[in-house]
Ligand binder design. Sequence first.
Ligand SMILES: Cc1cc2nc3c(=O)[nH]c(=O)nc-3n(C[C@H](O)[C@H](O)[C@H](O)COP(=O)(O)OP(=O)(O)OC[C@H]3O[C@@H](n4cnc5c(N)ncnc54)[C@H](O)[C@@H]3O)c2cc1C
Ligand SMILES: NC(=O)c1ccc[n+]([C@@H]2O[C@H](COP(=O)([O-])OP(=O)(O)OC[C@H]3O[C@@H](n4cnc5c(N)ncnc54)[C@H](O)[C@@H]3O)[C@@H](O)[C@H]2O)c1
Length: 503
Amino acid sequence: MTTDQHTSYPSGQPRRTHANMRASQDRLKETSMMDTPAPDVATTYDVAVIGAGPAGTAAALRAAELGARVVVLEADRLGGTCVNTGCVPTRVLAKTARMMREVRTAHAYGIAVRLEDIDWPTTVARVQQRVDKVRSIKREAQRFASAGIDLILEGKARFVDANTLQLDSGRRVTARSVIICVGGHSRRLPIPGAELATVPEHVLDLPALPKSVAIIGAGNTGAQLATILSSFGSAVTLLDLAPRVLMASDGAISAAIARAFREQGMVVEEGIEGVERLEQADDGSIVLHWRASGQPVEAVFDTVIMATGWPADVEDLGLAQAGLETVRSAIPVDPQFRTAASHIFAVGDANGSDMLVQAANFEGEVAAENAVLGTNRRSPHQLLPAGGFTDPDYAGVGWTEDRARQSDPLCVVAVVPFTSLDRAVIDDRETGFLKLIADRRREVILGAHAVGENAVEVIQSVTTAMAASVEVSTLASVKFAYPTYSAIIGMAARELLRVPADN
Ligand SMILES: Cc1cc2nc3c(=O)[nH]c(=O)nc-3n(C[C@H](O)[C@H](O)[C@H](O)COP(=O)(O)OP(=O)(O)OC[C@H]3O[C@@H](n4cnc5c(N)ncnc54)[C@H](O)[C@@H]3O)c2cc1C
Ligand SMILES: NC(=O)c1ccc[n+]([C@@H]2O[C@H](COP(=O)([O-])OP(=O)(O)OC[C@H]3O[C@@H](n4cnc5c(N)ncnc54)[C@H](O)[C@@H]3O)[C@@H](O)[C@H]2O)c1
């Protein structure tokens, strides 16, 4: 293996982006921070963890806590997608977008502000500064060192056989168990001109804000980018093959978010039949061709972003040498996160199931316990709250209404709009709702879905109630401070008690 395989890009040439130049500097800092001696080449570890994102960090720390001899192999920056290119930078951009919106409405409160254009380089610098701050509190290298974990930052790890990994540097590591935590990357559609598109990880590398942008893919990533760029003043067109935006969410969330996006002036094209090609126009703009309602459509944009999925980072992992295969761009696992080889586990985005930080953390810990103790723990993922920072926000936990009705046609559903919530009216944030779904006896909350200000925090509180198996009648009698967004939980619980049994 040669070191120039270390960072691979579609062209085969390393791209000197803002992000990867910083990554090299960060790797140097992280290496020099380590005061543990270079691990002995001949060491056989109990557990080798590939990747130090949320899944790998959780897996390594838990395995070491259980007394295992652990090594972590990381090819890039500690912290993985979430802190470096995913949740954290997106959240800073979402805050910036909100500030733009607040400034636009400040005059209604008697505040005289003049709206200047966004200064993109300053915004990018601010994002990087906040990312660095979050990285500094995570301190993975120090936590690994204190837990006695060896950390090797010598490029990508690849399987040579089912117990041996080779790094870009040539070093080989052997382990009794391997936990694959390699995460994923944006999927570029295999269509002509795809290289003209930007992928979400490289949005901060755009030289300037686009005047017009097409975002292909209206999942969590695409929807959040749509809000951000629209708030920054770009004319946004959002396209998806799926019949509705945020297809994995409750249908009421999709409908409310699509309506809000259209009211904000975005073009939302759901249920298109396919994107066909991208072409560069003479003036540097991009002509995007797609099909909808049986017709070819074309439109011109400054920028096209492909947010069309998140395959696992497995191309260069040598899975075949370990006897493993991928299915739909992910590593299949059993409920205990074991792959087809029982000593190799795959967790986090690498197994393609629940691609969220909260899932990655939990799966990493469970896999470590199964690897070290030989247990058969599973993940109770039905309580996995998640949401996105669009305008308005959305979030959900548990079953969607469609899913609940399949299992229990007599389940009860209550929806309370934000227009009846004092705090939302006070704040002029009246768009949204909370939907609660309970079993027919109103003993178990099956799901909760919200759109609106603080939707993610509201759903988190319902999740706590669900985790504690709180009955609807108990939730209905909880006192909520006034005036809060959480108060809508009590309102929805009381509404659930009033809903007729055959609603
Ligand atoms: C734009 C965006 C926004 C997001 N926002 C949220 C959010 O708000 N909330 C949320 O819960 N989730 C969010 N996510 C999802 C979240 O980032 C992922 O679910 C999470 O990071 C997965 O963790 P992981 O450890 O499995 O993988 P990653 O975080 O991707 O970490 C994988 C690590 O493995 C390393 N690696 C890969 N291959 C190798 C190899 N061969 N050898 C050595 N190392 C290797 C990588 O360098 C990386 O550091 C977002 C994702 C994106 C893209
Ligand atoms: N706030 C959050 O929690 C958050 C934010 C971002 C991402 N994530 C997670 O990361 C993972 C990846 O998210 P994502 O949004 O990047 O991918 P995704 O797979 O969730 O969504 C991709 C979207 O692209 C669409 N698509 C695919 N091919 C297309 C085509 N040819 N033309 C038009 N549309 C097409 C799909 O129908 C889908 O709606 C998800 O599991 C997501 O939950 C979470």
